[in-house]
Design a protein around this ligand. Structure first.
Ligand SMILES: [Fe+2]
Ligand SMILES: [Fe+2]
Length: 187
């Protein structure tokens, strides 16, 4: 393994147990979705492993790290720097040469979704929401749906994200709006 990859493994080891547990459950859901939907299992596991590696950075450090890496910071990310944790981790993977474009896209968009997501990106968006550590009532049904039909599972999780965001009067990220417009246009 290259030193940059080892750095990523170190970053995992520095996370809280709570976060490590979540990440490892997402890795195993990704494996299950990958086998069911014929995605690359190894790459899917890496996407799951990487998605929250920057999630415990404090907000000011997320902004600094994004600036250092040249990750774009838009108005939404200025208001809520936590939104940068996906794009930052994606850039770490890219710089380490770990994974491929679809892994990086999956990590980058795992919080907001977005237009033009690959099936791996859709799987990660779903896996983050349906891993067994989540406790909302219809989680098992969503997981089942995603195992049967990845696209329908993705749409259901996106719809949930949309409804939740609006119900809490939070602002929608432009990527989420684009993702929603895309599925509406596809019918
Ligand atoms: Fe995340
Ligand atoms: Fe996560």
């Amino acid at each position: 393994m290259t030193s940059q990859v080892l750095t990523l493994v170190d970053r995992f080891e520095q996370l809280t147990e709570h976060r490590q547990g979540h990440i490892m459950r997402v890795v195993s859901v990704m494996e299950e979705l990958a086998r069911r939907h014929r995605l690359d299992v190894e790459l899917s596991r890496w996407a799951g492993f990487g998605h929250d590696l920057a999630r415990e950075f404090r907000r000011p450090n997320l902004t600094l790290e994004a600036e250092r890496l040249g990750v774009p910071i838009r108005e939404a990310e200025r208001k809520e720097p936590l939104l940068l944790h996906g794009p930052i981790a994606a850039k770490w993977f890219e710089e380490a040469g770990l994974g491929d474009g679809s892994v990086w896209q999956a990590i980058r968009l795992h919080t907001t979704a977005g237009a033009g997501m690959t099936r791996m990106a859709k799987a990660l968006f779903v896996a983050d929401a349906v891993e067994p550590g989540r406790s909302y009532a219809h989680r098992p049904q969503l997981f089942e749906l995603a195992l049967e039909d990845l696209e329908q599972g993705y749409r259901a999780v996106l719809q949930d994200t949309w409804t939740y965001t609006l119900s809490r009067h939070l602002s929608l990220h432009p990527n989420t709006v684009q993702a929603m417009m895309e599925i509406q246009a596809q019918g």
